[in-house]
Structures are given as C-alpha cells and as structure tokens.
Design a binder for this molecule. Structure first.
Ligand SMILES: [Cu+2]
Length: 115
C-alpha cells in the first residue's frame, strides 16, 4: 500500500506541473478550450472501480479508464470527493462511472454513479 501511495503522489505532481506550465504558455487559449470542453462533454463519464474511501481526508482512490477532459491516462489514483454524500455512497470494490474535473487546481470527483 505504501508503494501505491508513493506512485500516486508522483503522478499527481507531474500532472499538476504540466498543467501549470501549459496554462502559463497558452493563457486564454487553455481557458477557452476548457470552457468549450465543459459545454460539449459535461456528462461524459468514465468507468472506474472504487479502491479506497478515506472519509478523514475526503479522498476516494479509484482505478479508472482514460479521463480525457483532464488528460489523465488510465491508472489507480486518489481524487478529492465532491462532498460528504459521495464519500458515504462510495463502497470499496464497487464498479462505478465517474466524472473527474479540475476544480480550482484540485482534481475532484464531481460525479460518481453505480454501474
Ligand atoms: Cu493520475
């Protein structure tokens, strides 16, 4: 479990840094693309499996397919849960569909449905 956590953290840092660099270079372009993407694919969900629910830190670890809207390849990783209701509803081992979005710089599960 320790090894998994380390890999997860490294992945998140790499993704965050890439995102920041891209935003600085492209400025308004990225915002425009993001807005358009949100309008076109707001409801796009990705298959995932709940691996761990950590209510104390409001984090849910999921094994997910590609998350195209945030440029994330398929992997197992912890994301912030949108709210307490989602933390309660999520069950370890359950197959779900998720929507992950970058909310003010934090990758957040904004939608989690059973499938
Ligand atoms: Cu990741």
């Amino acid at each position: 479990m320790k090894k998994l956590m380390t890999l997860t953290a490294a992945c998140c840092v790499a993704v965050s840094l890439t995102g920041v660099a891209f935003a600085k270079e492209n400025g308004g372009m990225m915002m425009q693309a993001g807005t358009m993407g949100a309008q076109a694919g707001t409801s796009a969900l990705t298959d995932a499996v709940v691996k761990k629910v950590d209510a104390a830190s409001s984090m849910i670890t999921i094994k997910h397919g590609e998350l195209a809207n945030i440029g994330m390849a398929p992997m197992t990783m912890a994301y912030k849960a949108k709210d307490a209701g989602m933390l309660k509803a999520a069950k370890e081992g359950e197959k779900v569909k998720v929507r992950v979005e970058n909310v003010n710089g934090t990758l957040t599960i904004v939608k989690l449905e059973k499938r």
